[in-house]
Each structure stands twice: as structure tokens, then as C-alpha cells.
Design a protein around this ligand. Structure first.
Ligand SMILES: [Zn+2]
Length: 236
């Protein structure tokens, strides 16, 4: 068995183990070690990779689910550790006859509600708070960085897409995942730079990466860091 790296059109790579076998069809499955491909002896590597590319979304979804399952599920309880801009903050739950507005003092996020044991409500309120912070933070970053590229400020929407942190479209709109607000600022900076660069170049050519680098000289490290962090950011 040997290890290969499949290069995706968006610049990402997927590692896989390849085993040649006397068989007629290509088989793939996700193991705890990642993607395993069984291929007939006859198929060439480029034919095989063509096939894998057509299944890239399926593979990515499976790999991400695997990473998430490896992590303990989040416990919505008083004192639980949340992340905000790369910092650990503490969830503080308290019983109150009425639903109180969420408060944040820089270290703790205070929720007061009639039933703090109701995980779904707690989760919804925390997500609402994150979305509000995300909107303010991402808007400001987009304003600053688009000005640096000398372009008008694009419209931004929050997204909840499962496998991507950011995207943009031909109307010049940018979508950023609200869960990104948990990541350290330099990671958010990279994702914003990446999407703004797409408004200059709608591909992942060297020209595109040159625009990214202009805004984010350390983009390569940030990209790796985000990849490593992804499963954790999806926990909450
Ligand atoms: Zn991209």
C-alpha cells in the first residue's frame, strides 16, 4: 500500500492509501486512518485520480464526519469551555424566571434562562450570539481588506455550509461561515483574504494566490492551521 495526495481544484489535497488488486472496479472506503482506495491493476493513476476527483465532495464529507466523531460531543453545561477569536471563554448558565439577554465580559458568556438544562435552547442562544459577533467582526475585516485592494466593499452574508468556510459568487457577494468566529483572528483574516482575492481571480491560479499573499503573507501556514482546526470549530 502506498500513500498518494489527490490535488483538488480549490488547492486543497486529500491523502489516500492506494492498494492495487486484481479486480474490475475501483473501491474506496473511509477507515480511521483516512481514505483507502482499492484499484484494478490496469487503471492508470491519472484515470484513477479523475474518478476520485468526481467523488471529492463525498470523500471530504466522510473525512470530516470521521474527524468530528473522533472528538467528544460538546457538553452544554455551566463552566463549559467555548472558543471565541481563538480564546477559551467560559459558558456561565444560571436559572432565571425570564430569558435574559446574553452577556459577555471578555472571559465569560452569561446565559440566564428558565431552564439551563435545555441543551437545544442553550445551543441556539450561543449560536445566535456567535452569529452576531461574526457579522460585526467579518464586516469590519472585509471593509479594511477590500480597501487595501482598492475595491468597493462587497456584500457579505453568514453561511452555515458544511464543508467550506467561505465562498463567493459572480454577483460579487461573499459568504463566511459563522463558526469561523471561534478561530484565531489571523485565520479569519486568511479566509477573508481568500474570498476577496476570488473577486479578482475566480480560480486558484498562481495569480489568485498572489492576491491572497498581498493581504496575507502567511497564508500557507494559516491554511494548514484552519484545516487542523476545522473539526473542532464544528463541534459547537
Ligand atoms: Zn478558493
Amino acid at each position: 500500500m502506498s500513500t498518494y495526495a489527490l490535488a483538488l481544484p480549490d488547492g486543497d489535497t486529500i491523502q489516500y492509501q492506494l492498494e492495487r488488486r486484481p479486480r474490475k472496479t475501483v473501491g474506496m472506503h473511509i477507515s480511521p486512518q483516512g481514505l483507502i482506495v482499492h484499484a484494478p491493476n490496469r487503471i492508470t493513476l491519472s484515470q484513477l485520480e479523475q474518478l476520485l476527483l468526481s467523488k471529492a465532495n463525498w470523500i471530504r464529507n466522510k473525512l470530516q464526519a470521521l474527524q468530528e466523531n473522533a472528538l467528544a460531543p460538546f457538553q452544554w453545561q455551566d463552566g463549559a469551555a467555548l472558543r471565541y477569536l481563538g480564546q477559551d471563554i467560559q459558558l456561565s448558565l444560571r436559572v432565571d424566571a425570564r430569558n435574559r439577554a446574553v452577556e459577555f465580559d471578555g472571559a465569560r458568556l452569561y446565559l440566564a434562562l428558565p431552564n439551563p438544562d435545555d441543551d437545544a435552547t442553550v445551543q441556539r442562544k450561543v449560536a445566535q450570539w456567535y452569529r452576531k459577533q461574526a457579522l460585526a467582526d467579518f464586516t469590519r475585516r472585509i471593509e479594511l481588506l477590500s480597501a487595501r485592494l482598492g475595491m468597493p466593499t462587497p456584500q457579505m452574508f453568514l453561511s452555515n455550509a458544511r464543508t467550506r468556510w467561505g465562498s463567493c459568487n459572480s454577483r460579487g457577494e461573499i459568504r463566511l461561515h459563522w463558526r469561523l468566529i471561534q478561530a484565531p483572528p489571523h485565520i479569519i483574516h486568511y479566509v477573508v483574504a481568500h474570498e476577496l482575492a476570488h473577486l479578482k481571480e475566480m480560480n486558484h491560479s498562481p495569480k489568485f494566490w498572489a492576491w491572497v499573499e498581498k493581504l496575507c503573507p502567511d497564508y500557507s501556514a494559516a491554511r494548514q492551521e484552519l484545516k487542523a482546526l476545522s473539526a473542532q470549530l464544528h463541534l459547537v
